[in-house]
Ligand binder design. Structure first.
Ligand SMILES: Cc1cc2nc3c(=O)[nH]c(=O)nc-3n(C[C@H](O)[C@H](O)[C@H](O)COP(=O)(O)O)c2cc1C
Length: 170
């Protein structure tokens, strides 16, 4: 069974059921994807995985969850994003990018100005800093509009699916 193909409801087929879940790699430098990510995903794909889901890829610097997150908020990283996508598709593996916004779970150490749908703190998380003036609905709407429009590349040819995970706790 594990070696049998699996077709998702949208028609995309994975060659087998070995599925690498989203795990933050912490391999970005200055928010940009790196050769280390390319090498890692190439290795995993060569290992025979049917599906590789990337770790969090943030849609805005003010939504980072950790220091080494990749952020795609403009076109500057397109060549490296393409290399990363190509590496993950080695040997017919399905590559899925998880796009994300950490919202109020974005820690102070990476982000002084998080944007979330409400200014209510997560009281148990002392590492967070929610600023009321930055929690305006307008800003969040703009952010969501950006994230529903993924970057020009990776596009449909480069990645099979984009999975949006707003880690924004209301
Ligand atoms: C080191 C590490 C990093 C993770 N990073 C992410 C992530 O970036 N995005 C996400 O949605 N889940 C992340 N997770 C959660 C995993 O994708 C997975 O859901 C979780 O480990 C439970 O899977 P399991 O029941 O197979 O152990 C991470 C987990 C680990 C251990």
């Amino acid at each position: 069974m594990l070696f049998k193909p699996f077709t998702f409801p949208n028609g995309t087929t994975a060659k087998n059921r070995f599925f690498k879940s989203a795990m933050e790699e912490q391999l970005a430098i200055d928010n940009q994807p790196t050769q280390a990510l390319v090498n890692l995903y190439c290795t995993w794909a060569k290992g025979g995985a049917g599906v590789l889901v990337t770790g969090n890829v943030m849609v805005s610097p003010n939504g980072k969850g950790s220091v080494g997150d990749v952020v795609v908020s403009d076109d500057r990283s397109l060549p490296m994003l393409k290399a990363w996508a190509d590496a993950g598709k080695t040997a017919g593996t399905l590559m899925i990018m998880q796009i994300n916004h950490a919202g109020k779970q974005s820690p102070k150490v990476v982000n002084r100005e998080p944007v979330a749908p409400s200014a209510v703190h997560l009281s148990e998380w002392t590492v967070l800093s929610i600023r009321h003036e930055l929690c305006k609905r307008l800003k969040l709407n703009k952010l969501l509009a950006n994230s529903s429009r993924p970057p020009k590349s990776p596009n449909k040819q480069d990645l099979a699916v984009c999975k949006f995970t707003p880690h924004t706790v209301i």
